[in-house]
Design a protein around this ligand. Structure first.
Ligand SMILES: [Zn+2]
Length: 306
């Protein structure tokens, strides 16, 4: 799920020179082609193949859904302009994130459903009906995405990329990926890939990362074993930011090892076991990792790759 407010900023192409010389963390394949977006009749939807939460969304009394599909998704929406824009982004993020994780998507035929709620009232009513944490702005559940997205909001929100990262990880690594890695990877992908999407379309956009303060820093032994979201809102913010930083740190140290770490964790390894398998040459144990990671996580210098 995505919790805190987006910090992403877009700048028109004419302001591009302002950002010249800034080192961007890249998100590859930014120029991939856009996917076709075709309407579907309501009668063609297979309700029997939908999850209970998808049925709750589909039967939402305040949403008069239209339906359409693209290569990898089925969309439910009220505004075709918003939905068409979302389909272009969704296909882009899906392709890029799967490629980054070196996963072959060509054999995955079942399309994921994306529900685009058009008002705060509708979204809140759905959260209540589905018993979803009221702090969420979007959620991935059992291969489907549920978002509040309408009109101008399209240009100022990383929620879609974040939830698609969850979808890709869920599809190709299963449900065993621990909470910090699930949220850290989703947040990191969202920040980088959304910036790349707009750079490819002529905007000056760069990834914006948030620092973690030394006082709020969560020790790795705690962060990497959390099974539930922190109840306290400030700790929740730190949890997301620090998880993103740990993901970015480990990816920067060794990209291939990061894939091996995710694989081992998804298969049920404890963090320290997976760390030893994937990064044993660099970090002998959790303390060795923490000695290098903590200064990185609490540095206010951005970008601050190790
Ligand atoms: Zn999330």
């Amino acid at each position: 799920m995505r919790f805190h407010a987006p910090s992403f900023k877009l700048f028109p192409a004419r302001l591009r020179s302002i950002a010249a010389g800034v080192l961007f963390t890249s998100c590859a394949f930014a120029q991939s082609p856009e996917s076709a977006f075709k309407p579907i009749e309501a009668e063609k939807l297979n309700r029997a193949a939908m999850t209970p939460l998808e049925i709750i969304a589909l039967d939402h009394p305040a949403q008069k859904w239209s339906h359409a599909e693209s290569t990898n998704f089925v969309f439910h929406f009220t505004d075709p302009v918003t939905a068409a824009a979302v389909s272009t982004e969704a296909e882009f993020f899906y392709r890029v994130i799967a490629k980054e994780l070196e996963r072959d998507t060509s054999q995955w035929e079942r399309k994921a459903h994306i529900f685009l709620f058009d008002t705060d009232e509708s979204w809140k009513a759905f959260q209540r009906a589905g018993e979803i944490d009221p702090r969420t702005g979007g959620i991935h559940s059992a291969g489907a995405l549920f978002l509040k997205r309408h009109g101008a909001g399209v240009l100022n929100d990383e929620t879609l990329a974040h939830e698609i990262a969850h979808l890709v990880v869920g599809r190709f690594f299963g449900g065993g990926v621990p909470l910090w890695l699930s949220e850290g990877f989703a947040e990191n992908s969202a920040i980088r890939c959304r910036a790349a999407f707009y750079r490819a379309r002529g905007f000056d956009s760069k990834p914006r990362y948030r620092a973690v303060s030394a006082e709020s820093y969560i020790p790795l032994a705690e962060l990497t074993t959390l099974a539930r979201y922190p109840g306290d809102s400030l700790k929740m913010l730190t949890f997301y930011d620090e998880s993103e930083k740990l993901t970015r740190f480990l990816m920067s140290v060794n990209r291939k090892a990061f894939g091996a770490l995710m694989d081992a964790l998804a298969k049920g390894n404890r963090f320290e076991t997976a760390l030893a398998k994937a990064y044993g040459n660099r970090f002998m144990n959790l303390d060795a990792l923490e000695r290098e990671f903590k200064p990185f996580a609490t540095s206010s210098v951005v970008p601050s790759n190790p």
